[in-house]
Design a protein around this ligand. Structure first.
Ligand code: HEM
Length: 447
């Protein structure tokens, strides 16, 4: 059966039975209130009728766990909303399914094992220190823009082994990557035009320029045969069970996927963390005490790291950057007792699940203490999924934590970023959850 062609408009889970332009606008702007209200009205699995077709949402631990683990094979990516990304990411981990995905994960995962991540810690710490060193007391910094630049510099070095200060390679690759990404922020209709100067043409030019840099770097590193401790080195050394290595195209697709999946997500998380710490000075003071005990900052704050980890976990609960997991159901299934037909577009949604009042007390409150060991251990499977789960769990999870820890400690060890009194943060959901526009903070010296 070609599930992708099914319209599946009948027998969908409950929900409003008509297309709503209001709901479409709300889903694009800020879907959280709508999703939480639908959960109250219709239960954990419901349908939202929006422009582009009906979307099923599966909230809560039971439905989420079944999508991610119990019956994960039934929920595919490539035929779903993610197909838009294929022109940029090719056959990267994010856009493949089934046996091809299983094979690629086996090859890519070792690059993210504990030891490989540890080898990158020095690079990450160096970039974190460098990025904060330029801050002056009293200065106002757009921490979100700043975090995006640092995350990109770290990606250039740790993934590709490129120098971000080299305008012809690392610097250029970063710029072209941003240009290519801009395409996905443009209106869907505008994306269809093939006119010179259209978003599509600009996207294609950026992708070609980026490809030239990435393929040249792969060739350079193949020739040099060096064993530098970056992700590219790990991918070059990866072998299938039958001894086959990845070809250039496969390596290119994985590298671009890693840049795509890792860049905005990490930058948004550090921004949200700083925002919540600015609003919760007691929590921030506790973390500064942690930073003080770790001169030189950075990862591995033995014994004191937990407090920071709890704050990061809590930030990812409130603002999981990859907030929605879009899939296509291949066959009929039952999620939390609700029948979902074959061909339905089904989304698990960490953002809404992380705010369900039946799972979390005072769900909108920033409270890192809720992640103290015992309480976190009591959570049902599927309740807390900022990095997804099962066979598609984020491969970069350890790396992301390393980076966020390094940046947070570098900042809090030196200064106290404060929100401007009138600042109201607006969150935007696309393509990943992020503060809208600049997130200005004033750098106060530590007392
Ligand atoms: C705070 C930072 C991050 C968050 C919150 C995050 C979240 C996620 C989530 C939720 C998924 C699964 C999506 C789904 O099930 O639909 C995912 C997948 C993925 N992430 Fe991350 N991620 C982060 C950082 C990173 C980094 C730093 C990298 C790489 C350097 C990375 C690489 C990937 C890849 C390759 C996948 C696809 C895995 C697969 O399908 O097998 N992520 N991430």
């Amino acid at each position: 059966m070609d599930a992708g062609r099914m319209t599946a408009t009948t027998h969908l889970p409950p929900g409003p039975d008509r297309l709503s332009l209001d709901d479409s606008a709300r889903m694009a702007r800020n879907p959280l209130p709508l999703l939480l209200a639908a959960y109250e009205n219709y239960g954990p699995v419901f349908t939202v009728r929006v422009l582009g077709g009906p979307q099923v949402f599966a909230l809560g631990p039971e439905a989420t766990h079944r999508m991610l683990v119990g019956n994960a094979g039934n929920y595919v990516w490539r035929a779903g909303e993610m197909s838009d990304l294929v022109p940029l990411l090719g056959d990267g981990l994010l856009t493949i399914d089934g046996p091809a995905h299983r094979r690629m994960r086996r090859l890519v995962l070792p690059a993210f094992h504990r030891e490989s991540i540890a080898a990158m810690a020095a690079t990450v710490a160096e970039e974190a220190e460098r990025a904060v060193a330029g801050w002056r007391p009293g200065e106002t910094v757009d921490v979100h823009g700043w975090a995006r630049t640092v995350a990109m510099r770290i990606a250039m070095r740790a993934l590709l082994g490129l120098d971000p200060d080299d305008g012809d390679t690392g610097g250029r690759a970063a710029r072209e990557f941003e240009r290519a990404l801009a395409f996905y922020g443009t209106d869907r209709l505008a994306r269809r035009s093939h006119e010179p100067g259209s978003p599509l043409r600009r996207f294609e030019a950026a992708r070609e320029a980026l490809d030239r840099i990435v393929y040249a770097q792969i060739a350079r590193r193949r020739r040099a045969g060096d064993g530098r401790g970056d992700i590219l080195a790990m991918l070059l050394g990866a072998r299938d069970d039958d001894g086959r290595a990845l070809d250039d195209r496969e390596i290119r697709d994985q590298l671009l996927t890693l840049m795509f999946a890792g860049h905005d997500t990490t930058a948004s998380t550090i921004s949200f963390l700083l925002y919540e710490l600015a609003r919760n000075p007691e929590e921030r003071a506790l973390l500064q005490a942690v930073a003080d005990r770790a001169p030189g900052a950075a990862p591995g704050l033995a014994g004191t790291a937990n407090r920071l980890e709890d704050a990061i976990d809590e930030t990812l609960r409130l603002y999981p950057p990859a907030w929605v997991g879009p899939r296509l159901a291949l066959a009929e299934d039952t999620l939390a007792g609700v029948r979902v037909p074959a061909g339905a577009r089904v989304n698990y949604c960490s953002w809404a699940t992380h705010r369900l009042p039946d799972l979390w007390s005072e769900p909108d409150r920033f409270d890192p203490a809720r992640f103290a060991d015992e309480r976190a251990a009591a959570l049902p499977k599927g309740a807390y999924v900022p990095f997804g789960g099962g066979s598609r769990t984020c491969v970069g999870m350890r790396f992301a934590h390393l980076e966020i820890r390094a940046l947070a400690t570098a900042i809090l060890g030196r200064c106290t970023p404060e929100l401007q009194s009138d600042h109201q943060m607006t969150v935007r959901p696309m393509p990943t959850l992020r503060p809208e526009g600049a997130l200005h903070m004033t750098v106060r010296p530590r007392q």
